[in-house]
Ligand binder design. Sequence first.
Ligand code: HEM
Length: 376
Amino acid sequence: MEYLKCIVKETLRLHAPILIGQATAMSAKLRGYDIPPKTLVLINSWAIQRDPKLWDKPEEFPQIDLQATTRKKLNLPPSPPKLPIIGNVHQLGAALHRVFQALSEKLLSQRRVQAFQFVREEEVANMVGKIRLSGVNRAAVDLTEMFSVISNNIISATTLGRVYEGEGFVLVSQDMFIGGDNTATTMEWAMAELVKNPSMMKKAQEEVRRVVGEKSKIDETHINQMEYLKCIVKESLRLHAPAMIPRATTTGTKLEGYDIPAKTIVIINSWAIQRDPKSWDRPEEFIPERFANVSVDFHGQHNQFIPFGGGRRGCPGIGFAAIEVEYVLANLLYWFDWKLPDCGRGEDLDMSDVYKLVIRKKFPLHLVTVPVMRSS
Ligand code: HEM
């Protein structure tokens, strides 16, 4: 029954039922990105098997052309080409969703976030030491690099290194490290905005120094009293939302005259939503005060402000990220004064952004410090 065999093969080509999950054995480079060892890579057999470079009329099932006839009726919107390899666990289906749910309960609960305070303290103390050394050597500090290192160290130490050792954790490591990138990027934007706006930097430093006093260490409980700092973090996340929100439609729908079939990947552009003049006054300006004494926050209840997404797929790392960004910034503002190298003017700082998995600053942030003298 050769023809029957052909039908089975063609069905498997056009409707590959599963994606192939493989973990990388060693580190590699892919399109300029570093892929660490043990990263879960998904080979998108569905897309490969419909690749027009490999197949003639790839979307057609030659004899029984049911799908093609139904497709023809649809007025599909313009869309980007399908990627043969998906490196984004977000786009997966129901099973992984459950893994993430379990993950958020198990790993990123408020209790666990607090339990790992000592990791943040250790890492921040380390970072402050290194910055101090750069100050002594009169060298500029590469904050971009430093934020990236500290975020990854904290995530590794709290998740991979300690909690999940030996639990086959490679599955989620990639998303968590994207989370680390988002966290680092948020710190970077906040510092860049403060250097650009010296009066805000001064106001934030005054608050941090008033709350902490002359103590030798900032306690995370101090952070709750730093309202202006919290506004700065929110405003940084509004103006520079690092991540887009991927979703898949469950049923077919119509949008502005286009047919959107079920299971279409939709990207919610939080970056644009958070700069929408219908929702925000002077949306392109960095104004932390807009968050003072208002209830708008980033937990997904306010549709105009969704840097962490929302609903059941909302970012489970939200508590983890917020305290980390606030704690790192509080320390930088407490221990040092900051300025641009070569007497550069804050207002001239280049704030261009670039999309590299997260929307980050295009140019790394290099600053010099002026250590603040303290008795302890
Ligand atoms: C400022 C820092 C961060 C930002 C702005 C951010 C943003 C986001 C966004 C927008 C999503 C998609 C949410 C949605 O689809 O509704 C997401 C998902 C996710 N984030 Fe974060 N994130 C951050 C930090 C973190 C951290 C530190 C971790 C882990 C420790 C983390 C772990 C995750 C995971 C596992 C998912 C996938 C959840 C799912 O698909 O069910 N994120 N994040």
